[in-house]
Ligand binder design. Structure first.
Ligand code: SAH
Ligand code: SF4
Length: 412
C-alpha cells in the first residue's frame, strides 16, 4: 500500500515519522510520491501549543473529508485519547507516542533504531520522555517519563548510519545534557568514521559544564551550536515556570560558551505572555536576550495546556499584548541577528552542502557549524557525487554579505 506521513511539531516527531516510514517499508509498503497518490495518510500530531494541535486535527479532518484513509499518531493522540474519535469519527486509527508498533500495517521491528531513506543527516534518539515539570509544558504528560538509551546502542546505531552514508547526526532528547555520561558519549561518536558533524538538542543551562566545554575543544566534529531554551529573562517568572535556573545562571552558561569561542552560536526559545507576566518581566526578557546575544530565537505566545500546572492560573495577558511582545522580540532578534552575522563577513565558514537554495535555484545552500544558513552561487556543479559539491559534502565559503537569518558568500 502507498502511504504518506504528514509531520507537525518538533524533531522528536520528525524522528518518529521516519521510524514509522522505515517500519512500513520493511513490512512491504511503499512511500507515495504525493498525497494524491497515497492510499493511506498518517498525520503525526503535536500538542505543545493549542494552535499546533488544531492544525494537525484540521489536516486529518480535511483528508478524511477527501475520502482518504487517515490515521493519526503523535502527542495530540495521547492528550485527547478516545475524545479524538469524537472529533474525527472516521479516523482509521490513533496511536500514541511510544506505541508506534501498534500502527496497523507495521509487522514489527525496533522503532528506536529504525531509519529510512538515504539522507546525509539523521536524528538519533538518546532520551525519550521528560522528568522536568515546567509549569506550562504538556510534554511530560504525553511523552512519559525520561528514559536514557544505553550508550552502546546509540553508538552502534550511529555506526550503522555512518555506513549508510550519513554525515551529520543530531542527538535528540528533551534535556540531553541530563544524559549520564553525555560528554563521554560525544567523545565516542567523535571517533566514528564517516560522521563529520555531531549536533544535539535540547539543552538545559545546568548542563553547560567545563566538561562539556572540554568536549567542544577536543572534538572538532561536535558543532559549536547550542539550542538553549531560556523561556524568560525574569527570575520571578523562571521560578514560577519551575525552570530551576536564574537569569544570572543562564547568562553565565552563555558567557562560558562565548568565552571559549566568540562565534559559538547560541539559539533559544522564549515564551511571551506567561500568566502574570508584567511589562517589567518582559523587559527583563528583552534585556537578557540582548546580553546573551542569541544568534536565533523562536518566540512562542503562551497557550495554556490542559492538566499542566500553569493551566490553573488565569491566562491574563491579552492576545493583543502577547502579539505585541512577540513582535517586539522578533524585531529585536532581526537587529541582533544582523549584528551577529555582520561580524562574520570576510571569514571563511566550513559549510555542509544541503542542495539548491529554495528561493534561488542558481544558488546553493548549506549550514555552517553554528547552524547558520549559508548560500553561494553555484555554476551548475553538484551533479558529480564524488565532488564535495553534493548534499552532505563539506565546502569552504568566504562570507561576502550578511542578513539577519542568512549568510551569502563565495565558494573557495
Ligand atoms: N524540552 C525543551 C522544550 C520542548 S517544548 C526544553 O525544555 O528546552 C518546545 C518549546 O515550546 C519550549 O521551549 C517552549 O518555548 C514552547 N512551549 C512549551 N509549552 C508551551 C506553552 N504551553 N505555550 C507556549 N509555548 C510553549
Ligand atoms: Fe517541557 Fe520543561 Fe520537559 Fe522541556 S524540560 S519538555 S519545557 S517539561
Amino acid at each position: 500500500m502507498k502511504f504518506l506521513i504528514h509531520t507537525y511539531g518538533c524533531q522528536m516527531n520528525v524522528r518518529d515519522s521516519e521510524a514509522v516510514e522505515a517500519l512500513l517499508i520493511e513490512a512491504g509498503h511503499e512511500k507515495a510520491a504525493s498525497e494524491k497518490e497515497a492510499e493511506l495518510v498518517i498525520v503525526n500530531s503535536c500538542t505543545v501549543r493549542q494552535k499546533a494541535e488544531e492544525k494537525a486535527i484540521g489536516k486529518a479532518g480535511n483528508l478524511i473529508a477527501d475520502g482518504k484513509i487517515t490515521g493519526m499518531m503523535g502527542c495530540a493522540v495521547k492528550r485527547l485519547g478516545p475524545e479524538l474519535f469524537k472529533k474525527l469519527p472516521r479516523l482509521a486509527f490513533a496511536v500514541a507516542p511510544g506505541e508506534l508498533l501498534k500502527i496497523p500495517y507495521i509487522k514489527g521491528g525496533d522503532p528506536l533504531s529504525a531509519h529510512a531513506g538515504t539522507a546525509f543527516q539523521a536524528f538519533v534518539t538518546v532520551m525519550t520522555g521528560c522528568d522536568n515539570c515546567c509549569s506550562y509544558c504538556i510534554v511530560p504528560t504525553v511523552r512519559g517519563h525520561e528514559y536514557s538509551r544505553p550508550a552502546d546502542d546509540i553508538v552502534r546505531e550511529v555506526e550503522c548510519l555512518a555506513e549508510r552514508g550519513v554525515k551529520e547526526v543530531t542527538l535528540l532528547g528533551q534535556s540531553v545534557l541530563r544524559y549520564r555520561g553525555f560528554p563521554q558519549l560525544l567523545r565516542r561518536i567523535q571517533e566514528i568514521d564517516g560522521i563529520e558533524r555531531i549536533r544535539f538538542t535540547s539543552a538545559h543551562p545546568g548542563g553547560c559544564t567545563d566538561e562539556l566545554v572540554a568536549v567542544y575543544r577536543d572534538c572538532p566534529k561536535v558543532c559549536r551550536h547550542l539550542h538553549l531554551p531560556v523561556q524568560s529573562g525574569s527570575d520571578r517568572v523562571l521560578k514560577e515556570m519551575g525552570r530551576r535556573y536564574t537569569r544570572a545562571e543562564y547568562l553565565a552558561a552563555v558567557a562560558k560558551l562565548h568565552a571559549f569561542d566568540p562565534e559559538f552560536s547560541v539559539t533559544t526559545d522564549v515564551i511571551v505572555g506567561y500568566p502574570g507576566e508584567t511589562e517589567e518581566d518582559f523587559e527583563q526578557t528583552r534585556m537578557l536576550m540582548d546580553e546573551a546575544g542569541f544568534d536565533n530565537a523562536f518566540i512562542f505566545k503562551y497557550s495554556p495546556r490542559p492538566g499542566t500546572r500553569s493551566a490553573a492560573l488565569p491566562d491574563d495577558v491579552t492576545k493583543a499584548e502577547k502579539e505585541r511582545r512577540d513582535q517586539v522580540l522578533l524585531a529585536d532578534q532581526e537587529r541582533r541577528g544582523q549584528a551577529r552575522n555582520d561580524r562574520l563577513v570576510g571569514t571563511v565558514r566550513e559549510v555542509m552542502v544541503e542542495g539548491p537554495s529554495k528561493r534561488n535555484k542558481a544558488r546553493w545552500s548549506g549550514r555552517d557549524g553554528g547552524n547558520r544558513i549559508v548560500v553561494w552561487d553555484c555554476n551548475g556543479s553538484g551533479k558529480d557525487s564524488a565532488s564535495p559539491l553534493c548534499p552532505g559534502g563539506l565546502v569552504q565559503v568566504r562570507i561576502t554579505e550578511a542578513h539577519p537569518q542568512i549568510l551569502i558568500g563565495e565558494l573557495i
